[in-house]
Write a protein that binds this ligand. Structure first.
Ligand SMILES: Nc1ncnc2c1ncn2[C@@H]1O[C@H](COP(=O)(O)OP(=O)(O)OP(=O)(O)O)[C@@H](O)[C@H]1O
Ligand SMILES: [Mg+2]
Length: 361
């Protein structure tokens, strides 16, 4: 499921996926030739600390400058972008409306009744909806997916993109972008995911998101405020480094011998515990599921050497590292070798880039 119309604006064939995350701006452009996807361009450009906090852009100009650098490094000329909003101000709800209503009338009715569904004043929200189909519960009504978020979340993104000369033609919801990206992981699932329960865990810098798919449909999602930033802070404390030094050292493996036992081991144990906790919430919420067939680890923390075997051992669930581009061709401009080092952290960007194919679907 994905908001096809997006929170505002429509889909466009030529667009880049732009993930403005807490640690970096990630740009990804896909094309489709025949039945095969091609990675045309990509870049990951780090953000200075605290310009994106709690999913909010606090400094659109600074973020805009980083977007401009990322786009220039990616070498794409596309000016349209799909971005995502997320966090506590994003609300999605399935409501029922009379099937006889036309789209325009639906919009009017939703706006008139919005205060039932949304805890903010209507003039402070961006709102969108998508008709899902006839409601199973009530005759002559349709299930309609309503998506809303505080307008300032959209405005900040639009402003940051403008600084870089880009236009936000699609505003998606991060959880849906992640869900959309899971189609690029099916080759890593047993039986391509058919009939299986798969946990996709995006371990980012500030947030770890769990998405459980059952038979390739979303069964559960949960976000936790935990991620690689914690490891960076542990390294800073333990070795007396700055944030930047610690971040580089952990990525490029330049740390003393006791790093694995004294710092990294504890972090991985914490991470496993956090994932386990989220899985317990899932099992409690979805009582017909009591096991996971496979876990796919994503996000920058999936690139920590050995993290898959360590988590597999602790949780006793088969683990693999996300390879969303394994079945795609990669243009030489997209620097294939470099892409392999970043690919697990590009799921949201991939889900957003996929919005370029909305109209063909
Ligand atoms: N090779 C590596 N070894 C260790 N840590 C890594 C490696 N590569 C990336 N990371 C860490 O992964 C994190 C960044 O991951 P990612 O790009 O998925 O985060 P993000 O999307 O910016 O964060 P969030 O989704 O929480 O906003 C950082 O903490 C970074 O230090
Ligand atoms: Mg992320």
């Amino acid at each position: 499921m994905s908001i096809k119309q997006s929170l505002f604006g429509g889909g466009s064939r030529e667009l880049v996926g732009l993930d403005i995350s807490s640690s970096a701006v990630k740009v990804l452009e896909l094309s489709r030739r025949g039945g095969r996807f091609v990675v045309e361009a990509y870049a990951v450009e780090p953000l200075p600390p605290n310009v994106v906090n709690d999913k909010q852009i606090t400094d659109p100009r600074a973020v805009g400058e980083v977007i401009a650098r990322a786009v220039s490094r990616a070498g794409t000329r596309t000016k349209n972008a799909a971005v995502a909003v997320s966090g506590s101000s994003v609300i999605t709800k399935i409501i029922s409306l009379p099937s006889s209503l036309k789209e325009n009338d639906m919009e009017e009715q939703i706006k008139a009744e919005a205060d039932q569904y949304i805890p903010y004043p209507i003039d402070e929200v961006s709102l969108d909806f998508q008709v899902l189909g006839p409601s199973a519960r009530e005759k002559d009504t349709s299930d309609v997916l309503l998506a809303a978020c505080r307008r300032e979340q959209v405005d900040q993104r639009v402003a940051a993109l403008e600084v870089a000369g880009l236009k936000a033609t699609v505003v998606d919801i991060e959880a849906y972008a992640l869900e959309n990206a899971c189609q690029f992981l099916s080759h890593q699932m047993p039986a391509n995911g058919v009939g299986k329960t798969i946990a996709v865990v995006d371990m980012g810098a500030s947030t770890t998101s769990l998405l459980v798919l059952h038979d390739l449909q979303t069964a559960y999602t949960r976000d936790q405020a935990f991620g690689g930033k914690q490891l960076t802070e542990d390294i800073m404390r333990f070795y007396g480094m700055s944030f930047e030094e610690a971040g580089k050292a952990k990525r490029f493996g330049k740390l003393p011998d006791n790093y694995e036992t004294e710092v990294l081991g504890h972090f991985i144990a914490d991470m496993a515990q956090q994932i386990d906790r989220s899985l317990q919430f899932f099992f409690a919420a979805a009582s017909r599921h009591n096991s996971i067939d496979q876990m796919i680890l994503a996000g920058g923390c999936a690139h920590i050497p050995g993290v898959d075997t360590a988590i597999q051992e602790r949780l006793q669930i088969p683990c693999v590292i996300a390879q969303p581009f394994a079945k795609m061709s990669v243009a030489s401009r997209a620097r294939p070798a470099q892409l392999a080092n970043d690919e697990a952290s590009l799921l949201i960007a991939a889900g957003l880039a996929f919005r370029a194919f909305d109209e063909e679907a």
